[in-house]
Every structure is written in structure tokens, then in C-alpha cells.
Design a protein around this ligand. Structure first.
Ligand code: FHN
Length: 592
């Protein structure tokens, strides 16, 4: 009774709080959920050294140069005297994002170096008071965003501040004890207040690297944002275990399957966030567009970064990539805006799927030579056409149902030529909201994909949990050999299958980590084998490019009849010296 009372009180309290703020959570999130695609801008004093200090290349990400080269505060601060981005044109920034089909811009208002890109009365270390430029960059961009109907959002490093004796993480200048609360009270809160007061409606505050911030401290920042602008979204990395409006994946890390809730992938276009003159490892427009589609297919937002130069220009390579994505978006944005993730559990070899209302948007990366098959869709199809075809000319299809196997198949007679080289979108209009079969279906090429996150995870007879949140999408901290995984799936084509066991690299992408030598047992259809997890094949994963997938060749399993089967993965012994078993998925591959 007491518990019910407590729950009711909490519900009433939350409802009244939201009501008092005049906005519901769904209303707050609406523009962000609809938009799906945003521009991240990392810009600050670090764009001047651009990855080199005193003639030497400093490894790793550019905006970390102060820490990575252990530059003393007094020396780094001198950079402000040279910061004069005379070529900065806020119109061009907003136009670039708009043209790419992006719906919001998130700019670093203060990164870890502590320098504010806006006029601040809380610290003279800001673009107006400390540089020859003297203009408030945040205001210039915010004004232009408001003019052009683009949401403006501010990145703010709430804990790490290498400029401040009481901020966190500068132990080369400030090795002594610090008073973090004083820093929060004297710099962070006043600056957040300025950001939320002086620049009109703010879409979001993008907090980052919370470090040791406590629950109370994080909560006080959340309260401050809510008090000044209740509609402003609070991003995932506030810290202290305080609930935020959505979650942020690790940088560049994309989940391997459809993931519920509101989440976003912050991602780079090369290997750095802040400008680095020698980083030329650009992602191709193909990869970028496919990642946008893939992330939307899994239910998330894509926040894609550019790092302007010290002059205020966005590197031409970034502009070219975003323009190409924009060309695709002009024809295909209906398959991105306001969509939800795929109704199917696993990734497909040929592409991925988004959905909206009664429509499926089938995004095909590799256009098939003959017919195209979608396995396991239960709905009745009304019409199929290419999104790129303004006439929406109907494409022929046949739906079939195998009663014995309880399996649905949709065969689509696609035209011979792909309408788009990168992602061709086929619209499938249905009789109702999309519904996929509950059991994992065998794909038309014969492959059966058993993803870790959808497994029945158990410890003995009890349900257990594994988090699939390593940067490569595999299991995090899988070190308990008592935890087993099981799947049910349909085999339509009887025969012999080889078992491909996939784990992945994780950790900082500059030094990826992987651990093998686990001994596992695979059991299926009355057959079993034991194997050691070894790196038999290392594969670049286009959908999660920094962390290779590691394949272990398992043995052979036979399925003599079509039917529904199960497969279990049972650890015998798991290595625990490093990152444990970063298990991702099993693939059953037909042996020709
Ligand atoms: O340390 C930062 C990094 O510089 C960059 O801002 C990224 C963007 O997501 N966030 C932190 C690392 O996760």
C-alpha cells in the first residue's frame, strides 16, 4: 500500500512538474525525433595549432592537444590572442547543414580547454574579451539558426576544464586538491545561465565527459536548464546517474541491432573532432549516407561533426561529403525524418529498413541482380514503388506463406538498375503497422543471423542480463561463464551450415582492444562442439568502422529438415584478463 502511494505521489509530482513547465516529454523531444540528423561543430582555440605543437605532430584528437601535449595554461591561453576567424560566415554554416538535410546544429560553446566561444561575464577567457576577433560566435550562429529555422544547441563541457584550478583533469598545472563545487558555482552555472538566457530558444545542452560529478551536482545542472528553458533537451552525458532526455552512444559507436528509446550517435567525418591539418582519413559519402540510414534503421539520431579551421572555414572535404549526403537526402529524406527503427531484429547483408505509419522504407545498399526477397514480414502489401520515382509507379511483387513453417515471404521484382548508387529506397505500403515474425527468419541467401542482444540470456534457469554496449556493439564485460545465450530460428533450406562466431574490438579506437582464448560450446539440433575463440578473420565493419569484427570459425551443424530450431552458446571458460568476451553474433552460413 505504502509502495502504491509512493508511486502515485511520484506520478502526480512528475505530471504536475511537467504541467507546470507547460511541456510534456514527447513535446520536448518531438523536433529531435523527427529530425534524426544533426551537425556537430567542434570549434575553439585548438583549431590554431591544428594538431601540431612546437613543430611536432601531437597524436590523437585535435581538441585534446592541450592535454595530450601537456601544454601549460599560461602558454595555451596565448592562443586566444591569435584567434581571429575572419572568414567565419554563419550563413554558410547553416546553409551547409540545411543542404545536407540536417535539422539541428550543436556547437561547442566551451570545450575541455575552458575557452568560451561566447561573451561571458563569468570568465574573461572568452571569444569577445580575449581575442582580436571580439565577436560572439555563438550569438552569430544562434541568430542565423533562428533566422533559418534551424535548431541551435550548445555543447558544454561541465566537468573537464583544463583552464580552471577547480575544474577537473588538468593535473599538469593544478596537481593540488580542487574545489569542484566552487568551479560549478562560479563558472558552469553562470555560463549555462548566460547560454540559456542570451541566445533565444535553445534546442539542447549537450553535456560531455561528466567524470566524477555527483548526483546532486548533476541534478542541480539539470534543474537549472529546466528552470530557464523547460523545452531544452538535456543530452545523455550529464552524469551522476541523473536521468536525461536521451542517451548518447560512445563516440562513433553504432549498436548492432534496433535499440529502443531515444539515442544518438555522435560521429566524426575523419578521425578528429577539432580541426587537424594532417588528418585526411575522410569517410566516403557512401559510408556517411549508409551510416545515416543504418542509424535511423536502428532507431537513433546521427550527429555528424565538422571541425572548422582557425580562419573560420569548414574543411572542403567535409563540405563535399555533406553536399553529397544532401543530394541523397533531397530525394530520400522521407525515409529518415520522423521514422522509427526496423521491425526486424537483425542487420541484413543487403541494407536496412526504417518505418513510418504503414510504410516500410527498404534501403538497399547492394542492389540485387535478380529478384529481391524480404523474409518474415507478416503484413499484406498494398503497393511497392521506388522513393526516387516521382510517379510512384507500382512495382510487381508476390507474397507467399509457408503454413508448415509459419513463414512469410515477399518477393519484389525490382528494376534492373539501382536508382541510387549509395542507398536505393523501396517503399512498401502495408495494410497496417509493420509486423515481423517473432522467430529469426533465414535470409534468402541462406544465412541465419543470431544477434547477441536478442538472445535468451540465462544464468542457470534464471533470466540474466548482458549489456551489448561495447564500442563495436558486442557484449560488455562478458566474463561470467555461467551466462548462456540461446536463440530460436527457422531453417527453410535444409543442409549443412558452418557456425561463424563473431566478437568485436572495443575501447578507444586509436588502441582497440580484443580478448580471445575463451572456450565455448555450441549446441544445436542434437549436435555440439567445443571451440576456442581465436581471431581467424578480422573484418572491417562498414557499419561500425573503427572496431573490427573478429570471426572465429566454428564447426559444422546439419539441419536435415526445414523447421524451427534452437542454438545455444555455453561458455566453458572465459578469459578475463582484458575486456572479456566481446561477443556480438553468430551466423549460420550454408556450406555449398
Ligand atoms: O572528450 C570529448 C571529445 O573531445 C569530443 O568532444 C567527443 C564528442 O562526443 N566527446 C568527448 C569524448 O567522448
Amino acid at each position: 500500500m505504502k509502495k502504491i502511494f509512493l508511486i502515485v505521489t511520484v506520478l502526480i509530482y512528475s505530471a504536475t512538474t511537467l504541467f507546470a513547465q507547460g511541456i510534456t516529454q514527447d513535446e520536448r523531444m518531438q523536433w529531435w525525433r523527427d529530425g534524426r540528423f544533426g551537425l556537430f561543430i567542434h570549434w575553439g582555440l585548438y583549431s590554431i595549432p591544428a594538431g601540431e605543437w612546437k613543430g611536432k605532430e601531437v597524436p590523437k584528437i585535435g581538441e585534446w592537444i592541450m592535454k595530450n601535449a601537456q601544454i601549460p595554461v599560461a602558454e595555451y591561453r596565448e592562443l586566444a590572442k591569435q584567434f581571429n576567424p575572419v572568414k567565419f560566415d554563419p550563413k554558410a554554416f547553416v546553409a551547409l547543414a540545411k543542404n545536407a538535410g540536417m535539422k539541428y546544429i550543436t556547437i561547442t560553446s566551451k570545450h575541455h580547454d575552458g575557452f568560451a566561444m561566447f561573451k561571458s561575464n563569468a570568465s574573461p577567457y572568452n571569444v569577445v574579451d580575449a581575442t582580436p576577433y571580439k565577436k560572439d560566435i555563438i550569438k552569430m550562429l544562434a541568430d542565423e539558426c533562428h533566422k533559418q529555422g534551424m535548431k541551435i544547441c550548445f555543447y558544454y563541457s561541465q566537468s573537464r576544464d583544463w583552464n580552471e584550478p577547480n575544474g577537473l583533469d588538468n593535473d599538469w598545472d593544478y596537481p593540488a586538491e580542487r574545489n569542484f563545487q566552487k568551479y560549478l558555482d562560479e563558472k558552469v552555472k553562470p555560463q549555462l545561465t548566460e547560454l540559456l538566457t542570451n541566445y533565444g530558444p535553445i534546442g539542447m545542452i549537450w553535456f560531455d565527459t561528466p567524470m566524477s560529478i555527483t548526483k546532486e551536482q548533476a541534478q542541480s545542472l539539470k534543474d537549472l536548464v529546466r528552470k530557464i528553458q523547460p523545452a531544452t533537451i538535456i543530452s545523455g552525458r550529464l552524469g551522476g546517474g541523473v536521468e536525461t532526455d536521451y542517451s548518447s552512444t560512445s563516440d562513433n559507436a553504432i549498436p548492432s541491432i534496433v535499440t529502443p528509446g531515444d539515442w544518438e550517435v555522435p560521429a566524426t567525418l575523419n578521425n578528429t573532432w577539432g580541426f587537424k591539418k594532417n588528418d585526411h582519413e575522410w569517410k566516403s559519402p557512401e559510408t556517411t549516407t549508409r551510416l545515416l540510414f543504418d542509424i535511423a534503421s536502428k532507431g537513433g539520431n546521427y550527429l555528424l561533426n565538422v571541425g572548422p579551421t582557425a580562419e573560420g572555414l569548414i574543411p572542403q572535404e567535409s563540405v563535399n561529403i555533406l553536399n553529397r549526403v544532401g543530394e541523397w537526402m533531397k530525394i530520400n529524406s522521407e525515409a529518415i525524418y520522423g521514422t522509427k527503427g526496423s521491425p526486424f531484429t537483425s542487420e541484413f547483408d543487403w541494407g536496412n529498413i526504417t518505418q513510418k505509419g504503414n510504410k516500410l522504407y527498404v534501403g538497399i545498399y547492394d542492389w540485387p541482380k535478380g529478384e529481391f526477397y524480404l523474409e518474415g514480414l507478416k503484413n499484406k502489401v498494398q503497393k511497392i514503388y521506388l522513393l526516387a520515382d516521382p510517379a510512384k509507379k507500382a512495382i510487381k511483387f508476390t507474397e507467399s506463406y509457408d503454413k508448415k513453417l509459419d513463414h512469410h515471404r515477399l518477393k519484389i521484382a525490382l528494376p534492373a538498375a539501382a536508382p541510387d548508387k549509395i542507398v536505393s529506397v523501396v517503399v512498401v505500403e502495408l495494410d497496417g503497422a509493420p509486423q515481423a515474425e517473432q522467430f529469426i527468419a533465414q535470409q534468402h541467401n541462406g544465412k541465419v543471423n543470431l544477434p547477441g542482444p536478442v538472445a535468451d540470456i540465462r544464468k542457470g534457469d534464471e533470466k540474466a542480463k548482458l549489456n551489448f554496449v561495447t564500442r563495436g556493439g558486442g557484449a560488455n564485460g562478458y566474463t561470467d561463464p555461467k551466462i548462456t545465450l540461446g536463440w530460436s530460428f527457422k531453417i527453410e533450406k535444409p543442409g549443412t551450415y558452418s557456425v561463424d562466431i563473431v566478437s568485436n574490438e572495443t575501447g578507444n579506437h586509436e588502441v582497440p582492444q580484443w580478448e580471445g582464448d575463451h572456450i565455448i560450446k555450441i549446441k544445436s539440433n542434437g549436435q555440439e562442439f567445443e571451440t576456442k575463440v581465436t581471431a581467424d578473420k578480422k573484418e572491417y565493419n562498414q557499419r561500425n568502422q573503427y572496431w573490427h569484427n573478429i570471426h572465429t570459425n566454428g564447426k559444422i551443424i546439419r539441419f536435415d529438415k526445414a523447421g524451427t530450431y534452437t542454438l545455444s552458446l555455453i561458455p566453458v571458460q572465459l578469459s578475463t584478463k582484458n575486456v572479456g568476451f566481446t561477443f556480438r553474433e553468430i551466423n549460420l552460413l550454408p556450406v555449398k
